[in-house]
Design a protein. Structure first.
Length: 99
């Protein structure tokens, strides 16, 4: 069965089709998106921390903006945790598959 799959793939490689280029580009794109998302979550966490410190010091008296910053940071962090959980579950599912 594997030989029947390798036959057409070998023909595509012989025709000049780079089968690995898509995987490399997708990997780079995924890692870039993941890195950017983590940086955004970190930025929101930092902004929320600064808003809390400003409110505690009395620099800003606007509790509404502070609470909005805290909730933005909380929601983005919870989303990141859920994405991580899905990635771990997908990885575990792949590891359970038999070859």
């Amino acid at each position: 069965m594997i030989d029947s799959i390798k036959g057409p793939l070998g023909a595509m490689k012989g025709a000049g089709v780079n089968l690995d280029a898509g995987a490399e580009a997708a990997g780079d794109t995924f890692s870039t998106v993941l890195k950017d998302s983590i940086e955004k979550v970190n930025k929101l966490q930092t902004e929320a921390d600064q808003a809390i410190q400003g409110l505690a010091k009395g620099d800003t008296g606007n509790i509404h903006e502070t609470m909005i910053a805290i909730e933005k940071a909380n929601l983005s962090f919870n989303l990141m945790v859920q994405v991580r959980n899905k990635l771990v579950a997908a990885y575990e599912e792949i590891m359970r598959t038999q070859v």
